[in-house]
Design a binder for this molecule. Sequence first.
Ligand code: GDP
Length: 323
Amino acid sequence: MSVVHAVPTDTYRPLDRSAPVFVAGRNGLVGSALWRLLTAEGFSSLLGPASAELDLRDRPAVFEWFARHQPHAVILAAARVGGIKANDTRPADFISDNLLIQVNVLDAALRNGVQRLLFLGSSCIYPKHAGMPIREEALLTGTLEPTNEAYAIAKIAGITQVRSVRRQHGLPWICAMPTNLYGPGDNFHPEHSHVLPSLIRRFHQARMERAPKVVNWGSGTPRREFLHTDDLARACLLLLEGYDSDSPINVGTGEDLTIRELSDMVASVVGYEGAIEWDTSQPDGTYRKVLDISRITALGWTPAIRLSDGIADTYAWYESASP
Ligand code: GDP
């Protein structure tokens, strides 16, 4: 394996717009936003096989694909993801699929000498009781939220692999930790999705059926931060071109709200006016996980999409995509 020395930090290193860039997870929530942005930015050789074409859990298939396509850069946005219930009830799937996807893609990228790689983690990798807002240094300083521990451990393993490649092989690979994401193309499954798409679906259905009430999960008191995937995509490109550090870097808005406040906002965008009840037999998850975003804002990135606008945009997509 060739050893390449990391370029110095604080150096802007533009990606070659005509070189092949692999967006792993291209049809997912994050991958589709990346695809839109990179296309608009003039990348002319984007690679994004659908999972039916290339199952990233299949190691020989992944190695063969890399050998054939020789991507210059990789954004690893492929993952098995889900909301609190999916994570809580199917932890074995979450740890196994995510470890397989990551190890295969990272190993194949290393074997083929991929110089620039961005691995996407999640804010749930941080300890349940981390100080708020959560700084990057909190990683591995405490125990995790149990409802998504399996997913978080897989993501932490990915970060450690990227850091290990940097240390052993000198490649300038990097990791970003996005907060809770939402946007067009999200998963709106009633049981398995995250809270924001779940609420859009529930309120939309209730409005259409003129239902007198809806029932949300948990107490509504936990706080969450939400970032639109178009904002994340801009952050990813900026980081790939201008960030080179061993430390993961947070990507969020730095602002959170209670699930109740979110619920009111979604109801207002969707035009639902009935009652809202809370089922406290459902898990709340971690109480709060707002990110400290000072490191990425110092690089010149700030989120541009206001939550209410982003919800409206996502709802418009949902309405156009639903039968
Ligand atoms: P988390 O950020 O990993 O906890 O994942 P979620 O996005 O699934 O849940 C965030 C919070 O929203 C939790 O406190 C849930 O109990 C609450 N919540 C309220 N209603 C819903 C719902 O319909 N679906 C989901 N997934 N969460 C909900």
